[in-house]
Design a protein around this ligand. Structure first.
Ligand SMILES: Cc1cc2nc3c(=O)[nH]c(=O)nc-3n(C[C@H](O)[C@H](O)[C@H](O)COP(=O)(O)OP(=O)(O)OC[C@H]3O[C@@H](n4cnc5c(N)ncnc54)[C@H](O)[C@@H]3O)c2cc1C
Length: 209
C-alpha cells in the first residue's frame, strides 16, 4: 500500500518474508507485467504525489530477482538510510522558500510586503526559523559527511530525519502564517512545503534494526 509513483515504475523492490522473525525478511525485484502482480488505480496523497496499492497473487519470480535472501533486512535498511538522506537533502532545498516567506510566487514577481517583514515580532520569528533550519541541515550534513567511507550510520540518519521532519513542518507552517491567505494559497510554494513535509513525518519510518 502507498507505493509512491508506482503507476510509472517498471521494477519494484519488494520486501518479502522467507521465514519467521526479523531474520526471515529479505527482498526481491518484481517486474511490471509479472503474472499475478497487479498495480491498483492511482490515488493521491495530500502532497498530490500519486500512490498505488500493489497486489501479489501466486506471483512467481526468477531466482536471479532475489536481491537479498533471508537475513538481508538489516543490509536493506542500511541502504535505506542512503535513500533517506537523499530525500531529506532534496527536501532541504525547499526550505529557503519558507525562510524568505515564499517571497516569489510561481511565474510571478509579487513579493511579501516589505513593511510586514520589518515588524520586529516577525523578525524574531525569521531568526528562529533560520536557527532551526541550519541546525537540522547540519545534522543532515553530519550523517552524509560521516558516510563518505561507507553507509550512513543508522543513528545519525535517524536523528537527521527526525530533526528535518520536525523543523521542516514547523518552519513551513510558520511561513504560511506569516504570509496569511497568500501563504495558504495553492499559488505559493510555501503551502506545498508544508504539505510535503507533513508526509515525510509519516513516510520512510522503520522498525527496529
Ligand atoms: C508521502 C508518503 C510516501 C510513501 N511512499 C511509500 C512507498 O513508496 N513505498 C512504500 O512501501 N510505502 C510508502 N509509504 C508508506 C510508509 O512507509 C508508511 O506510511 C509508514 O511506514 C508508516 O506506516 P503506516 O502508514 O502503516 O502507519 P502505522 O504504522 O499504522 O502508524 C500510524 C501511527 O500509529 C502509531 N504507532 C504505530 N506503531 C506504534 C508503536 N509501536 N508504538 C506507538 N505508536 C505507534 C504512531 O502514532 C504512528 O504515527 C509512504 C507514505 C507516505 C506518507
Amino acid at each position: 500500500v502507498f507505493s509512491t509513483f508506482s503507476s510509472d515504475a517498471h521494477i519494484f523492490l519488494v520486501y518479502v518474508r522467507f521465514g519467521p522473525g526479523l531474520g526471515g525478511i529479505g527482498s526481491v525485484l518484481v517486474e511490471r507485467g509479472t503474472p499475478g502482480f497487479s498495480i491498483g488505480a492511482p490515488r493521491a496523497f495530500m502532497s498530490d504525489e500519486e500512490w498505488c496499492e500493489l497486489s501479489f497473487t501466486d506471483c512467481r519470480i526468477p531466482a536471479e530477482n532475489v536481491l537479498l535472501g533471508p537475513g538481508g533486512f538489516k543490509q536493506q535498511m542500511a541502504g535505506f538510510n542512503v535513500e533517506r538522506l537523499g530525500q531529506y537533502r532534496a527536501f532541504a532545498g525547499l526550505w529557503p522558500l519558507c525562510l524568505c516567506g515564499g517571497a516569489r510566487l510561481r511565474g510571478d514577481t509579487r513579493t511579501i510586503r516589505p513593511a510586514i517583514v520589518r515588524i520586529p515580532g516577525l523578525q524574531w520569528k525569521f531568526a528562529d526559523m533560520a536557527i532551526k533550519l541550519d541546525s537540522a541541515q547540519l545534522l543532515l550534513y553530519r550523517a552524509a559527511a560521516n558516510a563518505d567511507r561507507g553507509l550512513p550510520s543508522a543513528y545519525e540518519t535517524a536523528v537527521a530525519k527526525a530533526a528535518c521532519n520536525q523543523t521542516g513542518f514547523e518552519v513551513s507552517s510558520e511561513a504560511v502564517q506569516v504570509m496569511g491567505a497568500l501563504g495558504y494559497s495553492r499559488e505559493t510554494l510555501v503551502e506545498y512545503c508544508m504539505r510535503r513535509t507533513r508526509g515525510w513525518m509519516i513516510a520512510a519510518a522503520r522498525s527496529k534494526c
